[in-house]
Ligand binder design. Structure first.
Ligand code: NAD
Length: 480
């Protein structure tokens, strides 16, 4: 199966020639060039924003039921085309094909849930307090054209969350996927357009990220910005949004703790932790990173974890035997090497992995470290790769304090068989999502979002729509 010819969707046209030049898209499994990506320059970016303005005027006129019908058709197309889309995803991003396929079908489920939920964007009728008022209503309306920026780690899921909710709420979109993984988003955009979304209501651009964001965020047509990516870039975009008082939803990084309690199921916690840690080679915002294991289990648990991690089969995502694919690009390898090197220099102990795999492609070994000093960068910075740290604890109160001692607050996990401990952990852990005996905190019907520097606002669940709406108070009086 071939990688598609790359194009941008602007003003209802697929453009292969643009004013911003082009850049190669690489296969991270072998570093070969898959295709050339046209980059939007200023004229195309302005055209995309203007197109979204026109698209909003058209799309918002449809009823929620009509929008649902179109979006439902788009999800049917995604499921029909899932194998092809997953193939493109794996080629450009690297994850094993089975993971890519699950990403595509789950993304369809997310869009469908949002489109369903938009039929229930209820308002409120409030009894008036003074005479002369016939009705007081609180209603929700679409916020307007949305600029959506997404990372490369889930090249279908992240754009799907934003486009699905925005369109369901009645907004139009200019989406900028990561330049490393544009083919997956192109395939997704095609599903929406083929299903009947007006061409102006959905634009896709790629370019020089800083130029794209500064131009789109400042453009008067853009009413709302949604961003998934690092904390550093999230803060930058937040400052730009503040200048124009633009609505902003940042979905940023995490540094998820995992507490393995004294009464945890040893085998279950170990097996599921290894799978969750190395899924997508650890390039998951809610990926488990810091494992705090009760001292009773610590030696055997960390040895078992390192053994299972060291046994994972690395390889290209298209190979059915592969359990962990490459990192998405060369910069990630440099980051992993630096974080591991610094930790070891400061006294950490390597239990397995720790270096680039000796083969072509951006492969980094599944890595486990212990005795990582608290001041070390790895202990406080999201590695966004296949690195786990493990340390023992004696008292649960100390494990919870360590789990919370972080500027991030996205995912957090714990293993216990005690109901009271489970409730205590759910109550006391500072994170937007807590999984007890389960790593699956990202579910279409549940709100997904972070606390602290991991962001604010939500995607998915009924709450995922709210950020794409504005409230309006309407008072209707009686002429007297
Ligand atoms: P990044 O912030 O560098 O890039 C993310 C996206 O923003 C990319 O499309 C990139 O091209 C773009 N970008 C970069 N600089 C920009 C700028 N100045 N203006 C506008 N756009 C810009 O992050 P990354 O390293 O590519 O992605 C990984 C990060 O994303 C991790 O921190 C991860 O935790 C986070 N993430 C968060 C979630 C979530 O839902 N909370 C989900 C997935 C990934």
């Amino acid at each position: 199966m071939k990688y598609p010819i790359l194009a941008l969707h602007i003003g209802g046209q697929w453009l292969t020639q643009t004013s911003g030049g082009e850049r190669p898209v690489l296969n991270p499994a072998d570093e070969s060039t898959l295709g050339m990506l046209p980059l939007a320059g200023e004229p195309e970016l302005r055209a995309a924003a203007e197109s979204a303005r026109r698209g909003f005027a058209q799309w918002r006129k449809l009823s929620a039921l009509e929008r649902f019908t179109v979006l439902r058709r788009a999800t049917d197309l995604m499921r029909e085309r899932a194998a092809d889309i997953a193939h493109v995803l794996t080629l450009e991003q690297g994850k094993p094909l089975a993971e890519a396929l699950r990403e595509v079908t789950l993304s369809a489920d997310i869009i469908e849930f949002q489109a369903e939920e938009a039929k229930r964007l209820y308002g409120r009728t409030v009894p008036p307090r003074v005479a002369g008022i016939l009705s007081q209503t609180v209603m929700r309306q679409p916020v307007g054209p949305v600029a959506a920026f997404t990372a490369w780690n889930f090249p279908v899921n992240l754009p799907a969350r934003k486009i699905g909710s925005a369109l369901a709420a009645g907004c139009s979109v200019v989406v900028k996927p990561a330049e490393e993984t544009p083919g997956s988003c192109m395939a997704l955009v095609r599903c929406f357009l083929d299903a009947g979304v007006p061409p102006d209501a959905l634009n896709m651009v790629c370019g020089e990220p800083a130029q794209v964001s500064s131009l789109l965020i400042a453009h008067p047509a853009i009413a709302k910005v949604s961003f998934t990516g690092s904390v550093a870039v999230g803060k930058l975009l937040g400052e730009m949004c503040a200048r124009g008082v633009k609505r902003y939803t940042p979905e940023l990084g995490g540094h998820a703790p995992v507490i393995v309690c004294e009464d945890a199921d040893f085998d279950f916690s170990l097996k599921t932790s290894v799978v969750a840690k190395y899924r997508n080679a650890g390039q998951v915002c809610a990926s488990p990173i810091r494992f705090y294991v009760h001292r009773k289990h610590y030696e055997a648990w960390s040895a078992g974890f390192a053994k299972a991690a060291g046994a994972l089969r690395l390889g290209p995502g298209l190979d059915a035997q592969t359990q962990m694919g490459p990192l998405a690009h060369a910069r990630r390898i440099d980051d992993m090497e630096t974080l591991v090197g610094e930790a070891i220099d400061q006294g950490a102990r390597l239990l397995c992995g720790g270096k680039r795999a000796a083969r072509p492609g951006y492969f980094f070994e599944a890595t486990v470290l212990t005795d990582v000093p608290p001041a070390c960068r790895l202990a406080n910075t999201e590695p966004f790769g296949p690195i786990a740290t493990i340390e023992p604890f004696d008292e649960l109160v100390n494990a919870i304090a360590k789990a919370n001692d972080s500027p991030y607050g996205l995912g957090a996990y714990a293993f216990t068989r005690d109901l009271v401990t489970a409730h205590r952990l759910a109550e006391e852990i500072e994170a937007g999502m807590v999984g007890i005996n389960h790593f699956g905190v990202s579910q279409p019907e549940m709100p997904f979002g972070g606390w602290k520097e991991s962001g604010h606002g939500h995607e998915m669940g009924a709450e995922g729509l709210l950020g794409y709406t504005e409230l309006k108070t309407v008072i209707v009086g009686v002429p007297r």
